[in-house]
Design a protein. Structure first.
Length: 75
């Protein structure tokens, strides 16, 4: 089951993850949320945030810079 969850996370874009994170934040800011639901939403938000951080880290490692001599170097 964890493999399916990981696969599902990998299939969403970073923009979609940010949208989900924004929805989670709005839910947490709601005054009508129960304590239990707020803990679940917080956990979900942290998982989404971790996914975003890992995705950004992977992209940063792939970014290449062309130096003055025309060689490609990692950023």
């Amino acid at each position: 089951m964890a493999a399916n969850k990981k696969k599902a996370e990998d299939e969403i874009s970073l923009e979609e993850a940010f949208a989900q994170l924004n929805e989670t934040i709005e839910k947490l800011e709601s005054q009508d949320i129960s304590l239990e639901d707020s803990f679940q939403s917080y956990k979900k938000g942290m998982e989404i945030l971790k996914f975003c951080n890992e995705t950004i880290d992977r992209v940063e490692k792939k970014v290449l810079v062309i130096d003055e001599s025309g060689k490609l170097n990692e950023f």
